[in-house]
Design a protein around this ligand. Structure first.
Ligand code: SPD
Length: 288
């Protein structure tokens, strides 16, 4: 994918045709890593005020200051929606942050992880230990390869599937298309739940509407959960959920005090509240 972002006078500006005419800038102190993998340009910056920042093809994937919001919600909303998640698949998210969160669930026995770009895992292990610690969990089995191909080769296997993709430009594009979602559905066990990176209804209305359409067509239960993330476009991102049975808008299991103490964003209350949509988004989704 063409990289439009730039560094000027010590400021990184994230520029992308997916959010034309608007750009987030962060002041940076150092470029810690910069290399092209076979799939994408990988850059790791030390920012002045937001910790380290991982950027793929010029697009911000995370900063240490707010990564917890997205990673916690993407993991805990589907996992607490499922009554007994034991087998979990995570596609994408080579930084390991979602794995870290999935690993907090003691009942989970197997965590398969599929990532196309091994270089993202390597750079995260070197520079982002607070996320890459997710790989230390002995339940994690790493598969390097294409998530779409992986999913079509594994039928009726998972209770929960989480897709931590980049945006639908570059290697992540296929993960926003109907055949991929059909593969996700067929890889689920009875009563399985999926949760995918669902973009922002402020910044990418058509993309989100398409995900809602696909998940409404394929799944018995569907929902869109909103998350506040200051360093994502518009300060907002969503999760698109589909379920073969369980309601997704409420946690169906309680959260112990010791579990809650490990988190910074997710609470049972925010789980429910995240599905309450602004009027324009609710109207749009209801019309699909
Ligand atoms: N616009 C960027 C969306 C990035 C979503 N994936 C981030 C990976 C963090 N684990």
């Amino acid at each position: 994918m063409k990289n439009y972002s730039k560094i000027n006078d010590g400021w990184f500006s994230e520029i992308c045709p997916m959010w034309p005419g608007i750009s987030l800038s962060l002041e940076i102190e150092a470029i810690l890593y910069s290399k092209k993998s076979p799939y994408q340009q990988i850059d790791l910056y030390q920012t002045r005020n937001h910790g380290k920042m991982l950027v793929l093809d010029g697009i911000i994937q995370l900063t240490e200051s707010d990564e917890f919001a997205y990673q916690e919600m993407l993991a805990h909303v589907p996992l607490f929606a499922h009554p007994h998640p034991e087998t979990v698949l995570v596609i994408g998210g080579g930084d390991g942050g979602v794995l870290r969160e999935v690993g907090r669930h003691d009942g989970v026995k197997i965590i398969d992880f599929c990532e196309i770009d091994e270089a993202v895992i390597d750079v995260s292990k070197e520079f982002l230990p607070d996320m890459a610690c997710g790989f230390d969990d002995p339940r994690v089995r790493v598969h390097i390869g294409d998530g779409n191909a992986y999913i079509h080769g594994h039928k009726n296997k998972y209770d929960v599937i989480i897709v931590d993709s980049s945006d639908p430009i570059g290697p992540g594009e296929i993960l926003f298309e109907q055949p991929f979602y059909e593969g996700l559905k067929s890889a689920l066990k009875h009563n399985g739940v999926i949760a995918t990176q669902g973009e922002s209804f402020f910044m990418h209305k058509e993309c989100v509407a398409n995900l809602v359409k696909i998940t409404k067509e394929l799944f018995v239960v569907q929902g869109y959960s909103s998350i506040l993330v200051p360093t994502y476009p518009g300060g907002h991102i969503g999760i698109c959920l589909g379920s073969l049975g369980p309601e997704v808008k409420k946690p169906c299991r309680s959260l112990s005090e010791s579990f809650q103490q490990q988190l910074k964003y997710y609470t049972p209350q925010i789980h429910e509240a995240s599905f309450v949509l602004p009027y324009f988004a609710k109207t749009l989704f209801d019309s699909i």
